[in-house]
Ligand binder design. Sequence first.
Ligand SMILES: [Fe+2]
Ligand SMILES: [Fe+2]
Length: 317
Amino acid sequence: MKLRKIFDIGLQYGIEQDPRGKQGVDAQLKRLAESYGELNESDRESFDKEHLTNPYADSGILYGDPDTDIKSMMVGIDIGVSEIVLADRLREKRGSLDLVMTHHPEGRCLAKFHNVMYMQADILHKFGVPINIGEALIEERAKEVERAVMPINHTRTVDSAKLLDIPFMGLHTPADNCVVSFLQNLIEEKSPRVMRDIIKILEEIPEYKHAKDNNTAPKIICGSGNRRVGKVFVDMTGGTEGSKQNYAKLAVSGVGTIIGMHMSKEHIKEAEKNSINVIIAGHISSDNIGLNLILDKITQNADMEIIPCSGFYRVKR
Ligand SMILES: [Fe+2]
Ligand SMILES: [Fe+2]
């Protein structure tokens, strides 16, 4: 399969699973096309035209000819220089390794990844927070994240892939959309009554079982096993952690429980203050579910070898 096709299948599947729905994604792309149309000739040249069709600034082909044939790919949650060198060693030993894929953004996709955070306003809106409030909250937080990312040497890993001539791509939000829709649907279908029921549901999923064996089982961090769950919000996409002021708004909107990948100290404090129950399902394990779902789609009609690395645990469904 061509590199371009692998990326496109992942991207389109990510759009299908986007919690905003196709309408929300189309609205974003339309807005971008309009602002592109309003630019003068010289500004158009520097405009990142890829994102007129790709709504996720944190995902893209980072290095390599899109027409390259790919039969084997090394997939990791985080790909750094060490994994690129590892890929080169494996390629020498095995005689083939055609592509490296990262989940967490690298290169230009890391530099701009705060742009995907704006989708969080629509997600909050879906759970009852007025859109004006969601937009105000995320704007401030996305700027904070942009400032935190600015000093990073973000081309380092891509530069290594170029030096060793290893095709390299990243799928971040498309995969996170997959885990959100998978878990949100599962929870709605099983309709757990108390928090302990959610833990049981999660622990039946192979990626969380694997995490439990490695001492990172899903855990209740706010509330307790006997607490009623109320309305459940699986909060796992939209770039990274949103505003800590979200919790007060979500509590008023009727959210009882949040299932997240990870949560900072300040956010836990806010959730507690607002009596929202929280389950941390696990960071890498949740990312694994998203990646596995997207890889199932990519490999559905293709003979493709997947070589897991860097925290990735392959489960086929
Ligand atoms: Fe993720
Ligand atoms: Fe992650």
